[in-house]
Design a protein around this ligand. Structure first.
Ligand SMILES: Nc1ncnc2c1ncn2[C@@H]1O[C@H](COP(=O)(O)OP(=O)(O)OP(=O)(O)O)[C@@H](O)[C@H]1O
Length: 248
């Protein structure tokens, strides 16, 4: 049984052709897949279907053997904007998914502080979002998405607004954190370089369909030096050619 199964899923907004048009995709536990495609091809819509935020008109999404009816604690999210609450300090923001369910315990706080520590934010717990850089805010959002230890993490262009160096650091932090926890990740991006670096498989999306399925067999753990090697660049060229081919 796959961890996540997207089976013949179709989704249409009213009075429009389908934006997700018969997608089949499977993920095994612990895998890191990227959903790559040009703007408007349906990536975010497919991610929202995978989260249970939208419901397919036909087909189904099955998470660990059960059809997904609504979002729940088994799924964590992170979006392009960190969407932190200005009036809460960093610790309060990280603990927000817990606070929405119950009063956080000392153990919850310890877990949050440990997560901040792992993401290079030790000593920032009592600061407010406005006192942080964009990269630090993204790290807080990542810690928040992981606080309930969701087995599935869905990320929608989470680092798109960051500069290239900070983005590369965040990619490494994300890969390390998810590997340590065994988290299964579906990561939306329109950046080929990013998809090849973080993904062990890429679903190439075009016009609401998955038009290519590319396995990225690069050494683990990924390191920034990989980006300068021929194999990495060959993968980028291969994905680029497939994207260009899909548009013709
Ligand atoms: N709420 C909505 N109502 C109607 N149409 C929508 C809605 N949300 C998205 N769409 C349309 O569905 C299509 C797919 O949108 P979606 O956001 O899934 O694409 P995307 O690949 O994530 O794009 P981007 O990379 O720009 O975020 C687009 O044509 C968009 O205009």
């Amino acid at each position: 049984m796959a961890f996540l199964e997207i089976e013949r899923v179709v989704f249409t907004y009213p009075h429009r052709p389908p934006v997700v048009d018969g997608v089949d995709w499977r993920m095994q536990a612990g895998e890191f897949h990227c959903l790559l495609g040009r703007s408007g091809c349906g990536k975010t819509t497919l991610l929202q279907l995978a989260a249970g935020l939208l419901h397919p008109q036909s087909g189904r999404v099955v998470l660990r053997g059960s059809e997904l009816a609504a979002p729940g604690p088994q799924v964590g999210f992170m979006f392009q904007a960190p969407t932190l609450l200005d009036w809460l300090p960093v610790l309060g923001n990280v603990l927000l998914p817990v606070s929405l369910q119950r009063k956080p315990t000392v153990q919850d706080e310890q877990r949050a502080l440990q997560s901040l520590d792992q993401l290079g934010l030790a000593g920032h717990a009592q600061r407010f979002p406005r006192q942080l850089s964009g990269g630090q805010q993204s790290r807080v959002a990542l810690a928040r998405s992981l606080i309930l230890e969701p087995p599935l993490l869905l990320l929608d262009e989470p680092f798109a607004a960051l500069d290239a160096i900070t983005r590369a650091e965040l990619q490494d932090d994300l890969l390390r954190t998810c590997r340590e926890r065994g988290t299964t990740v579906l990561f939306v991006t329109h950046d080929i370089n990013e998809a090849v670096y973080v993904g062990d498989r890429i679903a190439l999306m075009h016009g609401g369909r998955i038009v290519d399925d590319i396995v990225i067999d690069l050494p683990e753990p990924r390191t920034q030096a990989l980006r300068h090697g021929a194999v990495f660049n060959d993968y980028c060229a291969r994905v680029r050619a497939s994207m260009d081919g899909a548009g013709t």
